[in-house]
Design a protein around this ligand. Structure first.
Ligand code: IPD
Ligand code: CA
Ligand code: CA
Length: 274
């Protein structure tokens, strides 16, 4: 398919749209109302919904042929690999937004005929924008990010949600790595891998919007982004996800899959989450 749009122009418009959030966010937070979804830890707010519907209006106005695939109200999966598709997490880290008013971000990615083409992770409280453009590199506040230096697991800080791994796998990972940190927003935990601060971020069941932007960052920065069988992840379905410095990817997967694997005892943990 021949591209009908100027990617640089889209990139500029999206950056402006994201910047406008700086002005809107304080009043949105002041009027924030919180609801639960699947369980008491699964939160959503009117801020998540308003950001998504605002972006929908923006797309309809400027790019009416583009599709939107997004967490709160746009989950239809038909023909997402044809033409221009935006994948969005309006707020990634909603629990952090509600409990701390910190450590949350907006995730946005444009796929053209299924190929990751533009990506954004906007750390709203810190006003840090990570963006990437296919073939042009990845940037932090418009400064180009260097490809990461290879890190063995013994030197790497890694992050994962400790509620969803069995105790044995978790302890093996802690033992083999330099250390553990978790921000609690998949976009921001992944961004630490882009900058080389973390060796890896692992999510055992990532939703498409949690990881939409990461495909292009991984491509542009030479990072590994796979499922736990070292296979590519489908951007429409998501699933088990690791983004990793190339120096520790294999070692982490070996630990995740050893001795019955990370899923052992998940039944008990699932019950705990209710
Ligand atoms: C959540 C965050 C969190 C991850 C959860 C996600 P949300 O996204 O990315 O880090 O562990 O699985 O659901 O719900 O705040 O958009
Ligand atoms: Ca999310
Ligand atoms: Ca979300």
């Amino acid at each position: 398919m021949v591209s009908q749009y100027d990617i640089n122009e889209i990139d500029n418009e999206i950056k402006t749209w994201l910047q406008e959030l700086n002005l809107r966010m304080p009043s949105l937070i002041e009027e924030m109302q919180t609801d639960t979804k699947k369980n008491r830890f699964d939160l959503v707010t009117n801020v998540d919904k308003m950001i998504e519907s605002d972006f929908e209006s923006f797309i309809n106005k400027h790019y009416p042929t583009h599709k939107l695939y997004s967490e709160e109200a746009h989950q239809a999966t038909l023909n997402l690999k044809e033409g221009y598709t935006w994948v969005m997490d309006p707020i990634d880290g909603t629990a952090n937004l509600v409990k701390q008013q910190d450590d949350y971000c907006v995730i946005l990615a444009l796929f053209v005929d299924g190929a990751p083409t533009l990506s954004y992770i906007y750390d709203v409280p810190r006003q840090i924008l990570y963006h990437a453009q296919k073939g042009k590199g990845a940037f932090i506040n418009n400064k180009r990010l260097a490809t990461v230096t290879s890190l063995p697991l013994s030197e790497a800080i890694i992050s994962f949600n400790n509620k969803v791994l069995n105790d044995e796998t978790m302890h093996e990972l802690l033992k083999a790595s330099f250390g553990y940190r978790l921000i609690g927003a998949c976009g921001l935990d992944s961004a630490r891998v882009f900058t080389g601060q973390f060796g890896a971020h692992i999510h055992t069941n990532a939703k498409p919007w949690d990881i939409a932007a990461q495909f292009l960052f991984a491509e542009e920065l030479g990072l590994e982004m796979t499922n736990f069988d070292k296979q590519p992840i489908d951007f429409v379905t998501g699933g088990p996800y690791i983004i990793s410095n190339p120096g520790c990817h294999e070692e982490i997967l070996d630990i995740l899959l050893a001795d019955g694997g990370y899923k052992k005892e998940q039944l008990r943990l699932k019950t705990d989450l209710k």
